[in-house]
Design a protein. Structure first.
Length: 442
């Protein structure tokens, strides 16, 4: 059995290498110089395996986050440790397109810190770096330009390796490895390794910048949404105040009419004043419902009908206890343009029943229904009062209240039916479509 010149670890490393990395060697292995050469080759192979593992770690670290600062800082930290340099940094363009050190990992080294410093190295060598070629300086000698020697002295640089960052052939910065304590000959495999890192780093930078842009856009959108919410809230408060003031103004008008009615002796004229007051109160109640509601553009019409009915009974009935009020109301919300005419219609019909249908010491029943049926809203107002059995014809009736009802129904493009059988029932139908701004919501 022939003697092996490799220990088990060396053999395991060699087995993991692809055939493309195999190096032909001389068959005369018994010579000392060949053994030294083999040892050197094996050392290089170990370094390649180690560097490949480190490259995988760096790439994995880049994939673990989209935060650009984290990506760059992890990269320089790992390169600094792996290649045993005094300083490792990534430089990027600043707003003035100057190259500034942004992320630095440095051991104890003499000289000024590189964080935020624009170094003449990068300005002087930029034309070369833009082509994708690295800058390899094993020592700072007198042959270099004065600005480079001065910059090296300020930053304590004895040897430097600069590898450009290119994304889609565009120069976006670079990675620098700096030796401060001694001159250093940069090995070919070290340069190749850093170039491999910069390839992945350039892609990660591009992805990180996209992530930053998305985060900025998201933050701007959130700020815009917050401003919209604030503006909307301010408008809601303004609308609330407007409805409140409209309601107060209508109540003032009603009070003025009440004061003026005290000077009126004629009963018919006085009744006209009271009817006008109740119409104003009906409209004021709409605005009261609105400013007390969470939705300032719609009225909870079922609640409105209940409040208006009790208000009218308290105003007109000789004995409110004799009036039986029955309500069968769907939960419906109406916009302001629909709610006001509907409210006035209900006001006139209930007031008409109380004034002309209900006598003193006579019990009566008044009922209201509010339904949604397919594409129409159905409003029913009825009473079984004895005095309401007289025939009604809206086309000939001279009552201002019933004329107003007829006009308002026509305004809403609705239909009205009257049923009389020892009582009176008004049935009003208002059609709407889903796309129509009628404002009916269940």
């Amino acid at each position: 059995m022939s003697q092996s010149y490799f220990n088990p670890f060396s053999l395991s490393v060699l087995h993991r290498l692809p055939p493309s990395s195999y190096v032909p060697i001389s068959p005369s292995l018994n010579k000392t110089d060949n053994l030294a050469e083999l040892h050197q080759e094996l050392t290089q192979l170990r370094q390649q395996v180690s560097q490949q593992a480190l490259l995988n770690q760096i790439v994995q670290a880049m994939q673990d986050t989209l935060v650009l600062d984290d990506i760059l800082q992890r990269t320089v930290n790992q390169l600094h440790i792996a290649l045993e340099v005094n300083r490792c940094l990534i430089f990027r363009p600043d707003p003035d397109n100057q190259m500034v050190a942004h992320h630095v990992s440095e051991a104890t080294a003499e000289g000024q810190s590189l964080i935020g410093i624009y170094c003449d190295f990068y300005r002087y060598y930029r034309p070369i770096l833009s082509t994708g070629k690295p800058i390899v300086l094993s020592e700072i000698d007198q042959k270099l330009p004065p600005e480079i020697q001065t910059a090296a002295q300020i930053c304590g640089i004895r040897a430097i390796l600069i590898v450009p960052l290119l994304y889609q052939q565009s120069y976006i910065g670079g990675i620098s490895l700096i030796q401060c304590d001694a001159e250093r000959k940069w090995m070919r495999n070290e340069i190749a390794f850093v170039q491999a890192v910069t390839d992945h780093c350039a892609i990660a930078i591009h992805q990180g910048e996209l992530h930053q842009q998305l985060q900025i856009q998201l933050q701007e959108r959130q700020q815009a949404e917050e401003q919209i919410k604030i503006a909307l809230r301010e408008k809601e408060i303004l609308l609330q105040e407007i409805h409140h003031r409209v309601k107060n103004n209508l109540q003032i008008i009603s009070s003025l009419l009440d004061l003026q009615s005290m000077q009126i002796q004629d009963r018919d004229t006085l009744e006209l004043f009271r009817e006008s007051q109740n119409r104003i109160k009906a409209m004021a109640l709409i605005h009261q419902e609105l400013y007390q509601s969470e939705n300032l553009s719609r009225v909870n019409f079922s609640d409105y009908i209940e409040n208006l009915s009790h208000q009218l009974i308290a105003t007109y009935a000789f004995n409110p206890g004799d009036i039986i009020l029955q309500l069968n109301l769907d939960k419906v919300s109406l916009n302001l343009d629909t709610a006001i005419p509907c409210g006035l219609i209900i006001n006139e019909l209930i007031a008409n029943a109380l004034k002309h249908g209900c006598s003193i010491n006579t019990k009566a029943r008044i009922w209201l229904e509010l339904k949604l049926d397919n594409n129409q809203m159905i409003l029913v107002v009825g009473n079984d009062a004895i005095n309401s059995c007289q025939p009604l014809d809206l086309s000939t009736k001279k009552s201002l209240g019933l004329q107003l009802v007829k006009a308002l129904v026509e305004q809403l493009e609705g239909e009205i039916e009257i049923e009389q059988n020892c009582g009176t029932v008004f049935k009003i139908k208002i059609k709407f479509t889903p796309n129509e701004q009628l404002g009916i919501i269940v």
